[in-house]
Each structure stands twice: as structure tokens, then as C-alpha cells.
Write a protein that binds this ligand. Structure first.
Ligand code: MSP
Length: 528
């Protein structure tokens, strides 16, 4: 399976949280990429899930009179339902409280103890209880010994812990980042990681003490030492491996892409590969760290109450449709190194200009003119008109550009390549004016040429856009007489990308359906 397989992961989300736009974003982008690779005929495995063993889960459950597992069940279900509702077609959903994960994590940690990469030592440090992480002395000082996240005082803690010998891997990590420049992307993030490794690596604690702790029963015990629970971050990172660590799935490893945001890059770009090196397990292809969505110009935070939460997400879907939300996230999201602003005005602008005007209008023009002038049947290719023959090249150029961009995870450039093809159809129609030509019956074959080329270019654009806007792209394919292709795509992304992006698949005489606008223009309600 080594060739033609694609395994992509998202972070597994803290089960104490309610899903919000940040989680939805990463998982949707992973879904777009998974769909793209499925449509290419690759064996794809896309994974998302929940991270459940945080000590906070125990407290949150107790406050509600529930067991940690009952509380986790409830919240994990909320994530699963949300992703399903938002059209995410993941292949599995891992929960770290599942036995399949827990038993494997114990085996990995046992092996690390055996190799001497994990040892029992003593740790004293500044602990941020809210984040469940220790801060380096310099960082603790910088924040006046308060949590950079919630401002609560940091706690000085000394404990016996198991440590992972991260310091041992500093040279190997630097070599990795040098030899495989795309291991961490984007480049600026890679450089940050290199800079921090050069400052020196300390061994990292990978357990907390279980004794007398209400959280003792919640979490994965260190094998052979019931007094310690594996630190939630270490437990969580192993999900990427544990989920595919069986005979049926092993060939998916190594993951091709771990998609994360910049907040958790260190764990993924340094601690995770070092642990894999210690276990002598092949490293993933890439860790891609995107930036953050902010909301109306400000960081989203609980205290500001400006989270784009589920309620607001539902409202967008209700008003504009699911594909419009997916398009906005993929097209305008923070895949680079700058944050993106989620603002309603921006959403409306993108919806109206790109989806309603460009894609929607152009599709409706082509199908409606075909329907009116050719009794709903695709006309013959006809005689040369203006630059008609250039469309085949334009379509193959767009496809090549799209593929290059998708392979680099530059999703908005990929979308741009497809939309440029749609815009080319629009300007071709403007230039050749088929609606005027058709008045002269002698010119009908020329009108046929224009509409044939328009329809064929739109068909290819629909294929390219399918990973982002699956339902609307399938609808457009059906209107263009390619219902079978749409049905294949709807069947877990089966596709024949190479054939479908060839020019000339549409057969003259194919019935073309006129229908309601693909994306109706949005008119904001007038203030009362
Ligand atoms: N449980 C850990 C991850 C363990 S992975 C082995 C965790 N969970 S989290 O619930 O806090 O999710 C963090 C991730 O959510 C980010 O890395 C990112 O993928 C996503 N986002 C959370 N807020 C976000 C934004 N405001 N914008 C974009 N994505 C963000 O950390």
C-alpha cells in the first residue's frame, strides 16, 4: 500500500470542550484533503477523535454527578455528531478511553522503559493546572508565574515522574529537519522549531502520580507501576499510531500528514518524532501547522464570549448551506502563518461574489442557455469560435495547478485554480455573446461551440471543487449529465480523477438540466 495510500490525522480534541470553529476547521481541511486523495483512487485513511484523559475531565464529571466516562461519552458524541453534520467523511474516530488505544499505549511505554528511553526521576516545576502542562522557568517568569491562558497562579510542584529522554534526540531531530525540509510546514514554523531545538532539549516528564488522586482511575497506568498515570499528552500523541496498529490497517502507517495548529506544534514536531525514533518506528511524512481563526478581529476566548460556537456554525449552515461554510473555511482559512478573521461581512462577500455570482451564475447561464436554445441537449462541439480551442489547455493547466497546490496543502490556491477556470468560461461567454448570436439561426452551430466548451470546462471545475463543496459539485455534475460520476463520488469519494479531468468527456446529445440557482444570491435582511 506504500504507494497510492494517504493517511491524514487531525489533533484529537479535548473532550471537556464543546466543538467550535477551530476544531471544525482542522477537521474540515483534513476532510477536503482526504476527499481529494480518495477521488484520485488512493487508499485513504482519515482520522479524528477525542483526547479524554485530562484530569479536568474528572472534575467536570464530578460537578455534574457523572463518572468521567459518562461525561466523556456525552461530549465525544457531540464532536462526532458535529463532524457528521458538517459533511466530514472520516474513516475512524478514536477516543483515548477506548481499550484498543489504552492497551497499545501501555505496550509502547513498556518498550520505551525497556530501551531506557523512559526512566523514573524527580521533577520540580511550574504547573499550569488549566492547561495540564509544566512551564519552563523562563516562560513562568515572563508571565509573572501566572497561566498565560487563564491568568490563574501557576503551582510549584515536585513529584517523582517517569521521564522521556528527549535530550538524547536533539541531533537526530535537527538532522531530520534539515534532511527533510517539508517534515514541518510551513517553512516559518519549521525554522521556529529548529531555533528552539538549538536552545537545548530537556527530558520531559511523561507521567503524573496516581496515588491519592481522584484522577488516578482515569487515565492509562504506567505499565508495571500502578502509582503513575501516563501524562495526557503522551497518551494522546500515540493515538495516531494505536488506531492503525493492527493487521488490517498497519499498511497505512506512517501517517502522511499530521494536521495541527501552531499551538501544539512542539508536541508534534519534536516530542512525537523523538518517541517514534526511540521506538524505531518509521516517522510520519509531515507535520503541518496552520494558524488560528480569530473572531471579528480578536482572539477567540471564553471570557470575550466571541467563540464561533456550534450555534453560530449552525446558523451559517442554515442560511448559506453546508457547502458554503466548507468553501469559506477552505478558501479563507489560516493555512499559512497569519491568522484569519471569521467575520460575517467577509462570509457574505465571499458567498455572493464567488459562489452565487461566479460559480452559481456561470453554471446557470450554461445550463439554461443549453436548455433554451438546444431543447435541453448538449450541442455538438461545432465550428471554431474565438478562443474555443484554448479551453482544453486551460482546463489541463488548471488541473495541474490544482494538483500542485493540493499536494502542498495550499487549499485556497487549489480552489483558485478551479475558480479561474469558471471565470474563464464567464469571460468567454461575455466575449462571444451566445445570447445574441442565437437570434440568427445560421449562427446556432457557433452557439453550440460556446456552450459545449462552457459545459465541459464547468464539468472539470466541478470535479476539482468536489472535495470542498461535495453536494453542490455533485449537483452540478448531475445537471451536466454526469450523474454516474456524481453517484460514484457520493459513495465515499470513489473517483477516477485522471479520466474525469480529461477534456472532451461530455457527449453531444446528453440531456442538460435547467434548475434553480446552484447558490442563490444572499440579500441581508433589511433592518426593521
Ligand atoms: N488534545 C490536544 C491535542 C492532542 S493531539 C495528539 C488539544 N486539543 S484542543 O481541543 O485544544 O485542540 C487544539 C486544536 O484545535 C488546534 O491545534 C487546532 O487544530 C484546533 N483549533 C483550536 N482553536 C483554533 C482556532 N481558533 N483556529 C484554528 N484552529 C484551532 O490541543
Amino acid at each position: 500500500m506504500a504507494q497510492g495510500k494517504f493517511y491524514i490525522t487531525t489533533p484529537i480534541y479535548y473532550v471537556n470542550d464543546r466543538p467550535h470553529i477551530g476544531h471544525v476547521y482542522t477537521t474540515t481541511v483534513a476532510d477536503v484533503l482526504a476527499r481529494y486523495h480518495r477521488m484520485r483512487g488512493e487508499a485513504v485513511f482519515s482520522l479524528t477523535g477525542t483526547d479524554e484523559h485530562a484530569a479536568k475531565v474528572v472534575d467536570a464529571a464530578a460537578e455534574r454527578g457523572l463518572t468521567p466516562l459518562q461525561w466523556a461519552d456525552r461530549n465525544a458524541a457531540a464532536f462526532q455528531e458535529t463532524f457528521k453534520k458538517l459533511g466530514v467523511d472520516n474513516d475512524d474516530f478514536i477516543r483515548t478511553s477506548q481499550d484498543r488505544h489504552k492497551t497499545r499505549v501501555q505496550a509502547y511505554v513498556r518498550k520505551l522503559i525497556d530501551t531506557g528511553d523512559v526512566y523514573l526521576g524527580e521533577y520540580a516545576g511550574w504547573y499550569d493546572a488549566g492547561q495540564e502542562e509544566y512551564l519552563a522557568e523562563s516562560k513562568a517568569k515572563e508571565y509573572d508565574y501566572k497561566s498565560p491562558f487563564n491568568g490563574k497562579p501557576l503551582v510549584r510542584k515536585t513529584e517523582k515522574n517517569y521521564f522521556f529522554k528527549l535530550s538524547r534526540y536533539s541531533d537526530a531531530l535537527l538532522k531530520l529537519l534539515e534532511e527533510r525540509p517539508t517534515f514541518v510546514q510551513p517553512d516559518a514554523r519549521r525554522n521556529e522549531v529548529i531555533g528552539r531545538i538549538r536552545e537545548g532539549l530537556n527530558d520531559v516528564p511523561i507521567s503524573r502520580q496516581a496515588s491519592g488522586d481522584a484522577a488516578a482511575a482515569w487515565g492509562i497506568k504506567v505499565p508495571g507501576d500502578e502509582g503513575h498515570v501516563i501524562y495526557v499528552w503522551i497518551d494522546a500523541l500515540f493515538n495516531y499510531l494505536s488506531t492503525v496498529d493492527d493487521d488490517a490497517r498497519r499498511a497505512f502507517w506512517p501517517a502522511n500528514v499530521h494536521l495541527v495548529a501552531k499551538d501544539i506544534l512542539w508536541f508534534h514536531a519534536v516530542i512525537w518524532p523523538a518517541m517514534l525514533m526511540a521506538l524505531k518506528i518509521e516517522l510520519p511524512g509531515q507535520v503541518y501547522a496552520h494558524s488560528f481563526w480569530i473572531s471579528d478581529g480578536q482572539k477567540m476566548s471564553k471570557s470575550l464570549g466571541n467563540f464561533i460556537d456550534l450555534e453560530r456554525i449552525d446558523k451559517y449552515v442554515e442560511t448559506f448551506g453546508l457547502d458554503a461554510l466548507r468553501y469559506f473555511l477552505a478558501n479563507n482559512g489560516p493555512m499559512g502563518t497569519t491568522d484569519s478573521d471569521f467575520a460575517e461581512s467577509k462570509f457574505i462577500e465571499v458567498y455572493n461574489t464567488e459562489l452565487a455570482n461566479t460559480l452559481g451564475n456561470c453554471s446557470n447561464r450554461v445550463t439554461n442557455m443549453t436548455s433554451r436554445y438546444f431543447e435541453g441537449k448538449l450541442p455538438a462541439k461545432g465550428p471554431h469560435v474565438a478562443a474555443s480551442e484554448k479551453f482544453a489547455t486551460a482546463a489541463s493547466d488548471a488541473t495541474a495547478k490544482y494538483v500542485r497546490a493540493m499536494e502542498r496543502l495550499h487549499i485556497s490556491d487549489a480552489i483558485g485554480a478551479a475558480m479561474d477556470l469558471v471565470r474563464a468560461v464567464d469571460s468567454y461567454i461575455e466575449q462571444t455573446q451566445p445570447y445574441k448570436l442565437q437570434k440568427d439561426p445560421a449562427k446556432l452551430p457557433e452557439v453550440g461551440t460556446i456552450l459545449y466548451h462552457g459545459a465541459e470546462a464547468l464539468r472539470i471545475a466541478a470535479v476539482l471543487l468536489w472535495p470542498v463543496i461535495p453536494a453542490k459539485a455533485e449537483e452540478l455534475l448531475r445537471r451536466l449529465g454526469r450523474g454516474d460520476d456524481a453517484a460514484k463520488l457520493a459513495d465515499h469519494g470513489k473517483g477516477d480523477f485522471a479520466a474525469w479531468t480529461q477534456w472532451g468527456l461530455l457527449q453531444p446529445g446528453t440531456p442538460i438540466t435547467q434548475a434553480q440557482p446552484l447558490f442563490p444570491r444572499y440579500q441581508p435582511p433589511k433592518p426593521a
